[in-house]
Design a protein around this ligand. Structure first.
Ligand code: ZN
Length: 81
């Protein structure tokens, strides 16, 4: 399973499968996990990706998830319950 991460600062994106937390290779800030499915991301056109990245750059950092989703731990870390 691959996960998409977006840097809310500079808009850089990375796709990872194993890493749980990511630091941006461009600007060194924490990257947010993009909640879009990796396969959907692959299907997105450039324009749509830009839109999504823009959305992450506008978002309040407290609304973003900086961990990739993992079953069980996920909910605990994100304070859902
Ligand atoms: Zn960055």
């Amino acid at each position: 399973m691959m996960y998409v991460f977006i840097c809310p600062k500079c808009g850089h994106t990375r796709m990872v499968s194993l890493l749980r937390e990511l630091t941006c290779t461009r600007c060194n800030s924490a990257m947010a996990n993009c909640e879009i499915d990796f396969l959907d991301w692959v299907d997105l056109g450039l324009k749509e990706r830009e839109k999504l990245i823009h959305f992450y750059q506008q978002a309040d950092p407290k609304d973003l998830c900086f961990y990739r989703p993992m079953p069980f731990y996920d909910h605990w870390e994100r304070g859902y319950w």
